[in-house]
Design a protein around this ligand. Structure first.
Ligand code: SAM
Length: 161
């Protein structure tokens, strides 16, 4: 499988999982958290598709496309290892949807980081909330959800509280 194939599978899976998760959580009022803004493509997708919910973005430093840059009030800047605990103190367990795309090209490093960050993400979700991730996560009490049609196994993961 070429790197292009892997990249396309990842993009197609991200869109399928996000669309599914947005629809599944539409009745929940809590905020949406986007972990890892990057270029802002998935943030832009969320902004286009999510109605009636605030979307907060977590990023070390904003470097996104100008069309895909959140207002200052919705950007939570810094390392997520520090900002996620602060966010739990601020919002409690209210997030309706959390999307994490924090990884780079080093799969072992991504997996090690997923193990570290999972316990900080888990308590943020509201009951019935969904977590969509590009990496396998390590949660104690969240349920692994089957992927929607169009998503490629291993390229995207969905968990429910
Ligand atoms: N989903 C984005 C898109 O569609 O454009 C791409 C996200 S990119 C793969 C990952 C982003 O996560 C990078 O911009 C990086 O700065 C951010 N990131 C990685 N680790 C982080 C951390 N510990 N704290 C905050 N941001 C982090």
């Amino acid at each position: 499988m070429s790197r292009l194939d892997v990249f396309i599978d990842r993009m197609v899976s991200q869109r399928a999982c996000l669309d599914f998760a947005i629809a599944e959580t539409a009745a929940l009022p809590g905020p949406v958290f986007e972990l890892g803004l990057g270029n802002g493509r998935t943030y832009h997708h969320l902004r286009e598709k999510v109605a009636g919910r605030d979307i907060y973005v977590f990023e070390r430093a904003i470097a996104s496309h100008p069309d895909s840059t959140p207002d200052e009030a919705f950007a939570i800047l810094g390392d997520v290892m520090a900002t996620l605990p602060q966010t739990l103190a601020r919002f409690g367990p209210t997030a309706s949807l959390i999307h994490a795309d924090l990884g780079g090209h080093n799969l072992a490093k991504n997996d090690a980081f997923a193990r570290k960050v999972s316990p900080l993400i888990e308590p943020l979700l509201a009951k019935g909330g969904l977590m969509v991730s590009s990496d396998r996560m390590y949660f104690d009490a969240l349920e692994d959800r089957p992927l929607p049609p169009g998503a490629v196994p291993g390229r995207c993961f969905i968990y429910r509280k």
